[in-house]
Structure formats: C-alpha cells, structure tokens
Design a protein around this ligand. Sequence first.
Ligand SMILES: CC(C)(COP(=O)(O)OP(=O)(O)OC[C@H]1O[C@@H](n2cnc3c(N)ncnc32)[C@H](O)[C@@H]1OP(=O)(O)O)[C@@H](O)C(=O)NCCC(=O)NCCS
Length: 184
Amino acid sequence: MGEIQTKWFLSKKGQTFVVRTALPQDADKVVSFVKTVVAEAPYLLTTEAEFNVTIEQQKQLLQQMLQDNGKLAIVAEHSDEIIGFLDFHNGNRQRTKHQGSFGMSVKYEFRNQGVGKALLTVLIDWAKAHPWIEKVCLEVIADNTNALGLYRKFGFVEEGIKTKAVKLEDKRYCDLILMAYFAK
Ligand SMILES: CC(C)(COP(=O)(O)OP(=O)(O)OC[C@H]1O[C@@H](n2cnc3c(N)ncnc32)[C@H](O)[C@@H]1OP(=O)(O)O)[C@@H](O)C(=O)NCCC(=O)NCCS
C-alpha cells in the first residue's frame, strides 16, 4: 500500500501543518489545488487549459495509488486546506519497478516556508524504508531555481539534460534537467 504515517511539521512562519497520505475522499480538494497551482506556476509542464481531470477520475487515481505499493500520493495540509501535493509513480515493468518519478507543488502563499522540504523528506523516508524502491527521479525545467535548489539540498544529482525539451507560449525554449536520488 502506498501509505505513510501522518507527520506534523512547523512552517517557518510558525504555522503547523501535516503531511499525510492523499485519500480518495480528498479528490475534490486535490483537483482544485492542482488547478490553482497550474494557473500560476510558470515552470510546470501541464498548462491550465490541459488540466481537465475530473473529481471522479482523481478519486479513482488516488484509490489505485493507495492500493499500489510502488506509488505514493501525499498532501500537506493546514487547517483543512491542502497547501502541497506530491505524487510518485514507479515503473510498471519488472525491470523498472525499482525506480520512479515524482512531481510536487506547494500553494503560492505557502512557498519558502518549508512545506516542500517536508513533502520531500516524507517521500525520501518512504523510499528508504521501502522493500524494493531504490531510485527516485524527477525532471525539472532548468530555469526553476527554487526547485533545483531544493532538490540539490536533498542530495539529488543531475543525470542529464534534455535540451530544448520545453517550448513555452512565448516560443522560448527551456532545457529539462534529469535528477535522481538513490535511496539504497
Ligand atoms: C518547488 C517548490 C515545490 C518548493 O516548495 P517550497 O515549499 O517553496 O520549498 P521549501 O520552502 O520547503 O524549501 C525551499 C528550499 O529550497 C531551496 N531554495 C529555494 N529557493 C532557492 C534558490 N533561489 N536558490 C537555491 N536554493 C533555493 C533552499 O534550499 C530552501 O531551503 P532553506 O529554506 O533551508 O533555505 C515550490 O516552489 C513550488 O510549488 N513551485 C511551483 C511548482 C514547481 O515548480 N514544482 C516543481 C516542479 S519540478
């Protein structure tokens, strides 16, 4: 089961928040959280127009993730509000199931307060304790200095660059940096 024990954290502004497993009944909150983030985060690969996951689809996805030991979906929550979300998916074949990729985002008003660090700490602890997940990967747009700084701080190493992999609306290209963390 892709589950964690709920953990309590204190933000840099002194607000408490928890990091817990995202449950199917969180689907509506997760959908509106992701909608808000894609609308204002310039360095995400999904655009606002492309994000059209329904609450029912999200519910099913969260249910599947809960039942799959190689997946993890977690939320950071403050006063019943989702302020951060992270999802990890391992490979779906025998030879790739020991590794996987994740994406994460934090609500704009809560950034730079330690919420991203809390989500990443929980993911890495889960991977370290996991019986067969060995490698945690991600792709990040090269201009996303905040995210890069966070990942480097946690010991993620750069494995390669996909040159001009992203083309923004203003026709500007960005490279995608491949990063990885070895949990074992
Ligand atoms: C990337 C993101 C998830 C980080 O979450 P966050 O809650 O703001 O991050 P935290 O406050 O926990 O951690 C910030 C850490 O990142 C690092 N960091 C932040 N900005 C940095 C910068 N400009 N240069 C270097 N390091 C930086 C620091 O190490 C900092 O740690 P510190 O507080 O000990 O100094 C958040 O900015 C976000 O949601 N961005 C939009 C979506 C996105 O880009 N997601 C990632 C896609 S790969």
